[in-house]
Design a protein around this ligand. Structure first.
Ligand code: AP5
Length: 216
């Protein structure tokens, strides 16, 4: 099963994509997580990417395409994956199409999570992230068992620098300008399924599972 999640920042892509990937036994491949790993370890790619990420802008296509392609080449992705945050531009979508065609592994579906801006701002202002496993929590809606530690690995949770209010506004604008066009791209391909992303995490998860059908 090869799926991808599309939606604005804070729509819940990571939260839902991770659950679906766990259920299907395939890797959850999030372009933002891959970039943050490079930022955290201070690689040249991470240093360059951080300049864009801190402003709320997209990193250049060539850089992210190379990074995601390398990840897709790893053995655990051979039997399927759930992509989250990639592609976000027409160039990235064409590159992914080329990659999948070369490997004779077409996409099975694209989940579009629909969430209004006011809900997004509230979600991002309360988000906390585990810097080790990248699991996202919310201080009110999805808190960890211990106030400040990740349930999975005990790491102290952090606030993402790009969750500052002015950077969130910029990220929302960039999404509208650069990514909303992809919705038509995948709709035309007959792959896009719209899912209402408002409601409790479990409620949205149920809708996602229904959208994917009994076979997913
Ligand atoms: P990335 O990390 O991908 O950020 P994003 O797309 O902006 O998405 P988020 O991670 O902010 O949100 P999400 O939809 O995953 O929501 P989440 O599940 O965490 O990218 C960061 C940056 O990297 C980009 O700005 C760009 O610079 C760069 N980048 C990445 N990919 C790129 C690409 N392909 N091309 C170019 N640049 C790229 O949920 C959010 C919060 O809400 C959490 O606190 C969660 O607990 C909570 N929550 C989730 N669901 C619910 C619910 N149903 N009810 C209540 N709370 C909920």
């Amino acid at each position: 099963m090869r799926l991808l999640f599309l939606g604005p920042p804070g729509a819940g892509k990571g939260t839902q994509a991770r659950r679906v990937a766990d259920r299907l036994g395939v890797p959850h491949i999030a372009s933002g997580d891959l970039l943050r790993e490079h930022v955290a370890t201070g690689t040249p790619l991470g240093v360059e990417a951080k300049r864009y990420m801190d402003r709320g802008d997209y990193v250049p296509d060539d850089l992210i395409i190379e990074l995601v392609s390398q990840r897709l080449d790893e053995p655990d992705a051979a039997s399927g994956f759930v992509l989250d945050g990639f592609p976000r531009t027409q160039a990235q979508a064409r590159s992914l199409d080329g990659y999948l065609a070369d490997h004779a592994t077409p996409l099975d579906g694209v989940i579009r999570l629909v969430v209004p801006s006011d809900v997004i701002v509230e979600r991002l202002s309360g988000r906390r992230l585990c810097p080790t496993c990248q699991r996202a929590y919310h201080i009110a809606y999805d808190p960890p068992d211990d106030d400040e530690l990740c349930d999975d690995d005990g790491t102290r949770l952090i606030t993402r620098p790009d969750d500052e209010a002015d950077v969130v506004r910029r990220r929302l604008c960039v999404y509208e300008e650069a990514t909303e066009g992809l919705l038509a791209y995948y709709e035309d391909a007959g792959l896009l399924v719209r899912v209402d992303g408002v409601g409790e995490v479990e409620e949205v998860a149920k809708r996602v599972d229904e959208a994917l059908g009994a076979g997913a």
